[in-house]
Design a protein around this ligand. Structure first.
Ligand code: ADP
Length: 431
């Protein structure tokens, strides 16, 4: 039935009852009694309505679907409709809260920073990554102007110019950030920050490597080209001079070859697809061979000894061989004649350890942390004289990284150096 109809019928019924009781009073006790009864009936009806109005007003102060008042007559309908509205409202609110929680979680998982601001840059909301990137704090900075929180001239100029179609590259708190500002709705803007510090560093390393490698290759090429030019211009050159030129060209060719080989080794070690082999490395055999190679290289100029007291390990024999031979040849190259070179293989609670100790020229402290950088040399001419490429320790570092081992360098200039390779405890070497 239509709610209006219900309302009028129930009101009519109530008024009829009041008027009927007044008519009965009039009939039995006279006009005055009839009027009094009508008045009392009306007052009762008004009081009942007022009572329900009061209940409704109380409920509106603290609306809850759990404690909605019971009604009478048209009030039943009003309360039941209010109940439905309230239930719907509560459901919407629960859905909204759940959606908001999901949105916040998704935003906090984003690798990029997201800041929501109004049209005049007042902070409304930001995710944890944005807090980290821009040094913001939702707890303290909400409602503050973002340009007062990120106070760098580049950022402020960018906002003033307002050319948001071009992203801003911002150096901020030792990070490199790409910042985008996207206006949305009418009076809001989203600021997105993307951290490119690491990729920039890798890019820079790559650029440096290419520049260094080109420089290293250019020198021998220039020498070879120079001699070739002489040979072309002066075909009747003295045989002795010609053969000395050929010798120098061969040396430079070999130098280029060593460089290219080391660069290829490095790029192979860095490549993700080239995974490390897990074979049993017979350390006794390997270190005996390395010692013999060291003797050949030293050609009797040094005293070379091997102390062997350690287990076999797992890994790639070729890679470990190339790392250890690099350390051994360095010891020979940087130790003057009659020096001593000790090779030690021992077992420690933290795992097997390889040590190359020399009594060579040593390295001063400020160089030690940079030795494994590509093309880093303490003394360029000495490295070249001894056929160094400047890539040996970079190769060592990569091999050790792939074998979960680490390198510790101790050195005193003029006294000697100690290169220690700590391998991890072997995981059950299979026989
Ligand atoms: P290089 O081919 O120049 O030897 P490395 O990467 O093998 O390149 O070594 C980097 C630098 O570390 C060398 O140029 C040298 O200055 C220093 N170095 C390495 N090993 C020793 C050592 N045993 N004694 C003294 N200096 C060393």
């Amino acid at each position: 039935m239509h709610p209006h109809l219900v309302f009028w019928i129930s009101a009519l019924v109530r008024m009829t009852i009041a008027l009927a009781s007044a008519a009965v009073g009039w009939y039995f006790w006279g006009v005055t009694a009839g009027l009094i009864l009508a008045l009392v009936g009306m007052v009762v009806l008004v009081c009942v309505q007022l009572h329900y109005l009061l209940m409704l007003s109380d409920w509106l102060d603290h609306p809850s679907s759990a404690r909605l008042p019971d009604g009478w007559g048209a009030w039943t309908e009003i309360f039941s409709r209010l109940y439905k509205l309230r239930r719907g409202d509560e459901k919407n609110q629960a859905e909204l809260a759940e959606w908001l929680a999901r949105f916040r979680q998704a935003m906090s998982l984003l690798p990029d920073g997201v800041v929501i601001m109004d049209d005049v840059m007042f902070l409304e909301w930001c995710n944890p990554v944005a807090e980290k990137h821009l040094g913001l704090s939702m707890a303290h900075d909400k409602g503050m102007r973002v340009t007062n929180l990120v106070r760098t001239p580049e950022f402020i100029d960018y906002i003033i110019l307002g050319r948001y179609e071009i992203p801003l590259t911002l150096s901020f708190r030792e990070r490199k950030l790409i910042v985008h500002i996207i206006p949305f709705e009418n009076r809001r803007q989203i600021l997105v920050t993307h951290d490119v510090t690491e990729s920039e560093r890798i890019d820079m390393m790559r650029r440096d490597f290419i520049a260094n490698a080109s420089h290293e290759l250019r020198t021998p090429l220039t020498v070879i080209n120079g001699f070739l030019e002489i040979a072309t211009m002066q075909p009747d050159l003295d045989v002795a001079i010609r053969s000395s030129h050929t010798k120098l060209m061969t040396e430079q060719g070999e130098r280029m070859q060593r460089l290219v080989e080391d660069m290829l080794t490095l790029s192979r070690l860095e490549s993700m697809e080239y995974s490390v082999r897990h074979e049993r490395i017979n350390m006794r055999v390997l270190l005996d061979q390395l010692r013999q190679e060291a003797e050949v290289l030293s050609a009797g100029r040094h005293q070379i000894s091997l102390e062997f007291d350690g287990p076999d390990i797992q890994g790639s024999t070729d890679e470990v061989r190339s790392a250890l031979i690099n350390l051994i040849t360095n010891a020979i190259r940087y130790t003057p004649e009659n020096g001593a070179i000790k090779l030690i293989w021992k077992d420690l609670p933290q795992g097997p350890k390889f040590i190359v100790q020399d009594t060579g020229i040593g390295i001063s402290a400020e160089h030690i942390s940079r030795l494994t950088e590509r093309f880093y040399r303490v003394d360029k001419s000495r490295s070249r004289e001894t056929k160094g490429t400047g890539l040996g320790l970079a190769i060592v570092k990569h091999v050790l990284l792939r074998h979960h081992a680490n390198l510790v360098i101790e050195s005193t200039p003029g006294v000697g150096s100690k290169f220690c390779v700590q391998f991890p405890v072997p995981a059950e070497v299979q026989v």
